[in-house]
Ligand binder design. Structure first.
Ligand SMILES: [Zn+2]
Length: 261
């Protein structure tokens, strides 16, 4: 069922240890012995992802399988509300970080994450979602390109964007280094990249194990901690600022803002 084995997506190392508790007969989740990155060793090829494994289908399956498996989430939600994190206006943060400019949403889904005054652009692999995103984005001055993120991001002119968004995207991308160097190419010198990925270092993952909400096979092919995400981004020329600093140990996600070094 799985595809061919791949090397570490961060350092290209070939030596890795299997996470037996998180792997299955079809899928091998491993940890690189060189750089500590955890990843799916045998992901399926892109062509299959385009339709057979489109995220909207596996998301529904995962939601059913893991319902009730996040005992900490209630407490964490209350804590975040008290800290004012839950209600922070993402749009305002995007506008501030991205200078109210042209923003590319990589893996944009139906494409409605970015609103005016931001000008939305996107990349989406799922044919059905791409069509929805393109209609919405064209109505707001941008457009959505159809394809895989790591290839398609290189089609945009150098320095075009004030901001790039990778929201619940990078955990799906087999070619991590290629898409991040592509982001460096497509970004203005004073632009920023926002990345949100599942937090493999979270307490929930350790408590819940294989049913942790961050595991979604075969869609999630990369499992970042703050350290491995920071290392990965540095290799592409970015400094990393942690956005969810206070909640990180209990948070199922990591949110970071990248700037060109
Ligand atoms: Zn590695």
């Amino acid at each position: 069922m799985g595809g061919p084995d791949r090397a570490c997506p961060v350092c290209a190392g070939q030596s890795a240890l299997r996470w037996d508790g998180y792997s299955s007969s079809s899928w091998d989740i491993v940890r690189c012995t060189n750089c500590d990155m955890s990843y799916l060793k045998n992901p399926v090829p892109y062509e299959a992802l385009e339709e057979d494994f489109a995220w909207e289908k596996t998301y529904a399956a995962k939601a059913a399988a893991s319902s009730g498996s996040t005992p900490l989430s209630q407490g964490v939600r209350k804590l975040r509300t008290r800290l004012g994190i839950l209600h922070r206006d993402k749009q305002q943060a995007f506008q501030r970080w991205f200078n109210n400019g042209h923003v590319l949403d990589v893996g944009c889904g139906s494409g409605q994450r970015l609103r005016p005054p931001l000008t939305p652009y996107g990349i989406e692999l799922s044919k059905a979602l791409h069509a929805q995103a393109d209609t919405f984005m064209k109505a707001h001055g941008g457009y959505c390109a159809h394809g895989a993120g790591a290839d398609t991001i290189w089609q945009f002119p150098k320095g075009k964007f004030d901001g790039i968004l990778m929201f619940s995207y990078l955990e799906h991308e087999v070619e991590v280094n290629k898409v991040l160097t592509g982001a460096y190419h497509a970004l203005k010198d004073d632009g920023a990249v926002f990345i949100r990925v599942p937090n493999f270092g979270s307490l929930n993952r350790r408590l819940i194990g294989a049913k942790w909400c961050g595991f979604r096979l075969p869609d999630h092919v990369n499992y970042f901690t703050l350290k491995t995400l920071t290392d990965t981004c540095r290799r592409a020329g970015f400094s990393t600022q942690l956005v969810n600093k206070i909640s990180l140990p209990l948070d199922d996600n990591i949110s970071v803002l990248l700037r060109k070094i």
